[in-house]
Ligand binder design. Structure first.
Ligand SMILES: [Zn+2]
Length: 106
């Protein structure tokens, strides 16, 4: 089972689009629980660029004048086809860990 962090590059291979998925199953591989009430988590982290002063100033000026990117305020990440199984495995392991959590916390 997966436990820990895995990085998924974007299909465009822009470093800033790389995301990290972290699975915390709430127990160790040996079957010992980190804590009985530690709920399993699967979360995603992404890079948020703040830029330097002039970059922020330029973004502020554009905001004041109502500029909007055609993508809105969101970036995107596109799953690389070869990583689909890894992401699917993480989601399956998360679902298994949640089921085990509910079994030991009835
Ligand atoms: Zn990308």
């Amino acid at each position: 089972m997966l436990d820990g962090s895995y990085w998924f590059e974007c299909h465009c291979y822009d470093d800033e689009h790389t995301v990290r998925f972290t699975l915390n199953k709430g127990y160790y591989e040996e079957g010992t629980y980190k804590s009985d009430n530690e709920f399993p988590e699967l979360y995603m982290s992404t890079f948020l660029s703040t830029g330097g002063f002039f970059t922020r100033l330029w973004l502020g000026i554009k905001y004041v004048f109502g500029y909007r990117s055609r993508y809105g305020h969101f970036g995107n990440w596109t799953l690389v086809t070869e990583d689909a199984n890894k992401l699917e495995d993480m989601i399956q392991d998360y679902k298994t860990a949640v089921g085990e959590f509910h079994l030991r916390n009835k």
